[in-house]
Design a protein. Structure first.
Length: 93
């Protein structure tokens, strides 16, 4: 995901792959609604681990701003079901 989000050719107004990461995250949210059970239904959790800590911080900030992810712990991010539904509607509809 980092190669898509923070790659030099995918910054600014002339992004080459602007909605690819959003589509992937929205699809993962959809799978969580389909396959999740009980309290986990609709929740998406993922880790952001980059070789360069600066890239990791940038990526986590981007996920918070662009996709509504919440930081949970050192490298874990979560997307709540309500936010996941919005992403599904935005990227997969």
């Amino acid at each position: 995901m980092a190669y898509i989000e923070i790659a030099p050719h995918n910054k600014g107004e002339k992004r080459r792959y602007d909605s690819v990461a959003g589509c992937l995250i929205a699809y993962a949210c959809r799978l969580s609604f389909i396959h999740g059970t009980n309290d986990y239904k609709g929740w998406l959790a993922f880790d952001v681990m980059e070789e360069d800590k600066k890239d990791e911080i940038k990526l986590m900030a981007l996920y918070c701003q662009k996709y509504g992810a919440l930081k949970w712990g050192e490298t874990t991010m979560v997307i709540a079901p309500e936010t996941g539904e919005k992403l599904i509607n935005e990227y997969l509809s």
